[in-house]
Design a protein around this ligand. Structure first.
Ligand code: 1CP
Length: 348
């Protein structure tokens, strides 16, 4: 007689601190515009939010890259801006441009927003549907934006080059800005708890604009609120790993890793992986950090970068990934070639 079969999950094993001779792999933004099957479904649904709020379609989009490439991880198809939407801020997508939120200007009271966490329910339903369909060897990742990055969109109403509006508010009225950060952090814990209860096995906190902050501001608006989220998620789900991705943190990466208590740290492509290996705590799992543009170039550019990254992280648990999201003009063949190149070689 045999008990229930336990299928190994290499990505989850790395997140729990186990080194693998072939690094498990997924790509940030792997569900999305570089895939023709994504573009076709997106066109049929008419809009991005329509896609997110159709759980069956969102589950399909989550699984599309797995079917094509056999990644070790699946990332939930949603967006970081679902949190401000559930906090009561209007959200829409301008065709060909990107997300828009009714901006929280200095004169608008945060208290005027009417939170509706029911807006998370369709995402939890997506999680349940993906979970039911997923190969058990694949690790299912949930995610949210980190408070600083989400705040940059809430304050400006859209993406911006230098996150100037949020940075000005953070200096000019730190109490008010802090209240926005706190409200995002609270909603984020609710959202991640819901995703985990619906079936994700690890979560990533995307702090895409962490790089625009001066050191003291980084401590206050990146490290401190992420630490609070990690602590609260851990209190609810001690065994669920949290990946922190402070894009652009550069030399502040080690302080981030130690200060937030994340289980793994995502490294962007501007960081020398040998430096990161020396700077980060021993044994801490890392994820990254192939340049998305190298993947567009393909061939030797990718192979060289992969070799360098693997050599640098040979002595710690490592997840192969990009340093930031895959770009829409990435040739699909290059993704397949990357996977073969990584999987055909074992780290010494
Ligand atoms: O037109 C379309 O089809 C929409 C494009 C798109 C997609 C595919 C958007 C709009 N969001 C997403 C999905 C998404 N976004 C995922 C899930 C799928 C996956 O990873 O495979 C994730 C994790 C995100 C995260 C996200 N959204 C971030 C953090 C990561 C990063 O790339 O820095 C950010 C900053 C956003 C905001 C956002 N949503 C969409 C766009 C075009 C943007 C960027 C806007 C801007 O800064 O101007």
């Amino acid at each position: 007689m045999s008990g229930p079969q336990v299928v190994p999950k290499p990505l989850l094993a790395v997140l729990k601190g186990e080194r693998q001779s072939v690094p498990p792999m997924w790509l940030m933004r792997q569900a999305g515009r570089y895939l023709p099957e994504y573009r076709a479904l997106r066109a049929r649904k008419g809009g991005f939010l329509e896609l997110v709020y159709d759980s069956a379609a969102a589950a399909e989009v989550t699984i599309q890259p797995l079917r094509r490439f056999g990644f070790d991880g699946a990332i939930l198809f949603s967006d970081i801006l679902i949190v401000p939407y559930a906090m009561g801020q209007d959200l829409w997508f301008e065709a060909g441009e990107g997300p828009r939120l009714a901006p929280i200007l200095a004169e608008t009271d945060l208290g005027a927003l009417k939170p509706d966490f029911g807006r998370f329910e369709a995402v939890y339903e997506t999680v349940r549907q993906v979970k039911a369909a997923l190969d058990p060897a694949v690790t299912f990742l949930g995610f949210a934006g980190s408070p600083w990055t989400v705040a940059t969109y809430m304050v400006a109403g859209q993406g911006s080059k230098d996150q100037g509006a949020a940075r000005r508010l953070a200096y000019g009225d730190p109490a008010r800005f802090g209240a926005i950060i706190d409200a995002i952090a609270e909603a984020t814990v609710v959202y991640l708890d819901g995703q985990i209860r619906a079936g994700v096995e690890a979560v990533q906190l995307f702090d895409s604009w962490a790089g625009s902050l001066a050191p003291l501001q980084f401590e206050r608006w990146v490290i401190e609120p992420n630490a609070r989220i990690v602590e609260k998620v851990k209190a609810l789900h001690p065994d669920v790993p949290v990946i922190g991705f402070p894009k652009g943190a550069g030399a502040k990466l080690a302080d981030y890793a130690r200060g937030t208590g994340v289980d793994a740290v995502g490294v962007d492509e501007t960081v020398d992986p040998h430096w990161a290996d020396r700077a980060l705590p021993e044994g801490l799992p890392v994820q990254g950090n192939l340049d998305p543009l190298a993947l567009i170039a393909g061939g030797e550019a990718v192979e060289q970068a992969v070799d360098t990254i693997r050599a640098a992280f040979a002595n710690r648990p490592h997840i192969m990934n990009l340093g930031h999201g895959i770009l829409p003009d990435t040739p699909i063949d290059h993704v397949a070639a990357l996977i073969s190149y990584v999987r055909e070689r074992e780290t010494a």
